[in-house]
Design a protein around this ligand. Sequence first.
Ligand code: PGA
Length: 295
Amino acid sequence: MNSITFRLLEVFQHVVDAGSVTAASVQLGLSQPTVSLQLKKLSTIVGLPLLEYTQGKPSMTEAGMAVYRCAQEVLTSQQKLNSQIQALQGLEVGSLKLAVVTTAKYIIPPMLSPFCKAHPNIDVRFTVGNREKIVDRLKRNQDDLYIFSLPPNDPDLSCTPFKENRLQVIAPPDFDGPQECDLQTLRSEKFLLREAGSGTRRAIDDYCSQHNIHFDNAMVIESNEAIRLAVSSGLGLAIVSEHTLAQVPEKSVKVLNVKDFPLITHWQAVTVNSRPLSLASRAFLESLTGQTDSR
Ligand code: PGA
């Protein structure tokens, strides 16, 4: 009789996490028929269906949930073993799975680049997504190290602040409204806001609810770059991290002098206490948090 292998569990976990065979096959670098075949094999070994489909979307059966829990336990043990072996082998091999919120993509690559050059054999995987997506990855324990400015509140997390994140109010270069004011005064301007799952948006919403500010005319754009370009071409005002303004042509947007701004949060390197850190992850964490704020 066939037995369940690590690989079958890993494929199953990817299909559940990615939400489809197609997305999982891309992540795993396998063809779709191979992934479907592996799923079928696992289900045959278990003797029960693991997934059921409603309008083409898979969800786990009870047996599927039991297998998923087992996959998480087995694969976490495997990670523990890997990190112990890597510790014995030293820092020069190993892996680093890094997941960062969209706005942090401006600051992490320059820090990652010298690390990768110094340790060319470390397998680095770098995922970028909005805060909601990265919180979801964290809940699924998918990565070694996360970068947030607003980490979730969870006692199983260690958070180390390492750099300021300053949110500024920006306007088109020819904006002729008030240049020095409070945010309330600007509320009838058109504001371009990030999507609801964004950390930047959450910081803005928190500030607005504390100060009872409601924008009369808001438009959602799911990208920092698109927001900056839209502001630059006169579509409206926005509140963005200063990092998104680095390396843009001078005078393409105007930073307004608004009371309480810049709003300051801190970038934090976040690890899950119950997940063993590989030497590679520990070394990168130290290189991040040991770095002085060079803003
Ligand atoms: P965001 O996150 O890129 O999802 O807006 C930024 C942040 O957490 O500050």
